[in-house]
Every structure is written in C-alpha cells, then in structure tokens.
Design a protein around this ligand. Sequence first.
Ligand SMILES: Nc1ncnc2c1ncn2[C@@H]1O[C@H](COP(=O)(O)OP(=O)(O)O)[C@@H](O)[C@H]1O
Ligand SMILES: Nc1ccn([C@@H]2O[C@H](COP(=O)(O)OP(=O)(O)O)[C@@H](O)[C@H]2O)c(=O)n1
Length: 212
Amino acid sequence: MIIAIDGPAASGKGTLAKRIAVHYGFRHLDSGLLYRGVGMAVILSGGALHDKSAAIAAAQAYDPGRFPEDDLKSDEVAKAASIVAAIPEVRTALIALQRSFAQSKPGAVIDGRDIGTVIAPEAEVKIYVTATAEERAGRRVRELQGRGGLVDAAAVLADIKARDERDMNRAVAPLKPAPDAVLLDTTYLGIDAAVRAAIDIVEAVRAGRRPA
Ligand SMILES: Nc1ncnc2c1ncn2[C@@H]1O[C@H](COP(=O)(O)OP(=O)(O)O)[C@@H](O)[C@H]1O
Ligand SMILES: Nc1ccn([C@@H]2O[C@H](COP(=O)(O)OP(=O)(O)O)[C@@H](O)[C@H]2O)c(=O)n1
C-alpha cells in the first residue's frame, strides 16, 4: 500500500507520515530531504542556486547518505531546496528513487509536494495537509529554536510564504492537492489529534468509505 502525504511547509506532513508509518509498520520517506540534499550540495560547491547545471549535476549524483539529516533542516537549506526543486531536470533525476521506494512492502508512506500527483498517482491513500501560514511559521520557529541558535520569527514567516508561492506556481509538479486527496487542516489540531485524524482517513479509505 502507498500513502501519499502532501502539503505546504511545516504543515505537519513529516510528523504525520512518520507516525502513520510506525502505526502500520510501513517504511517512510521524507522526499523533501532529497531536494534539501541537492540544495545543500549546490551551496557547498559554491555554485549559484540559479545555476541549473550545478543543481542538475547534484541531483544526478544524489547520494542519500551524504549529509546528516540535522544539517539539512535549516531555513537556508529549505530555501535552496525550493529553488532547485523548480528545475525540471532536478525533479526528473529524483523520480526513480522515489518510485522504487513507493513499492516497499508491506507499504510506503511518502511525504512531499507532488507525491499524490506525480510520484505515486496510484497511491491508495492521499492526504493533503494544510494549516495557516502563521501557525506553520510558529511551528517552524519552535522547531528551529529547539535546534539551537537565534531565530527571526518574521523572517521564518516570510520565507514560508515565499516558498509556498514558489512551490505552488512552478511549471513542473506544482504543490496542489490531487483530485482524490482528502484535505486535513491541522491549524487547530495538536500532533496527537492530527495523527488520529490521519489514521481515521487511512482506515476509511481502506474500508472503502469516503472519509468524513
Ligand atoms: N498538529 C501539529 N500541531 C503542532 N505542532 C505540530 C503539528 N504537527 C507538526 N508539528 C510540529 O511542527 C514542526 C513541523 O512539522 P513537520 O512534520 O516537520 O512538518 P512538514 O513535514 O510539513 O514540514 C515540527 O516541529 C512538528 O513537531
Ligand atoms: N516532493 C517534494 C518535496 C519537497 N520539495 C521541495 O523541497 C522544499 C523542502 O521540502 P520539505 O518538505 O523538506 O520542507 P518543509 O515542508 O519540511 O518545510 C520544498 O519547499 C519544495 O520546494 C518538492 O518540490 N517536492
């Protein structure tokens, strides 16, 4: 079974995907880490983020173990990721890895922007997670503070809005709900309540019911 979880920055996709994967004993892939890895490789090579050839080369040579996950979680790398993610050849280079992961048995949970629309349109369950930009920025600020260092809350909100804009309006694989995705607004849901709601959606789809 494939469960696709898409949505904008800090909506809670990764948290839900991890918890759903544990619940069902499925494997989990955070596809954002792939684009973050490419962004990070370009930053480290000293190349400009808009230099398509550097980003394409980094995507074609993508090595999942190259950077520790913690190093990829900064705001700077998130921004770089969303710039390189708009380059069609970068996306193409990362498709095979994601599609092969989607075939994991007994199941795969993948979170990202285009999982239900492009990577695995055949996914049995598609959840599109949202929350207001202000709520999402607040979550990201707390997360970045937890990793240490000073955080400029206004800059985090501005970065999230800019990234949403870029992700939703790019020509290839823009962020949008698949026509058959179930929407889950987590603005007023804590983590446990959001996980329960997501599992209810999976159960309803598995039982052939339309989720409430
Ligand atoms: N429903 C929620 N309520 C409050 N905080 C949340 C919720 N879901 C996730 N978080 C927190 O918000 C931050 C971003 O969540 P994450 O799952 O990484 O989002 P995404 O994968 O969409 O970027 C994390 O620190 C996470 O613990
Ligand atoms: N399937 C995906 C996943 C991420 N991305 C890009 O990678 C960036 C970082 O993704 P992420 O999921 O790690 O970001 P957060 O939602 O965790 O902030 C996004 O802003 C997108 O531009 C994408 O284009 N397609």
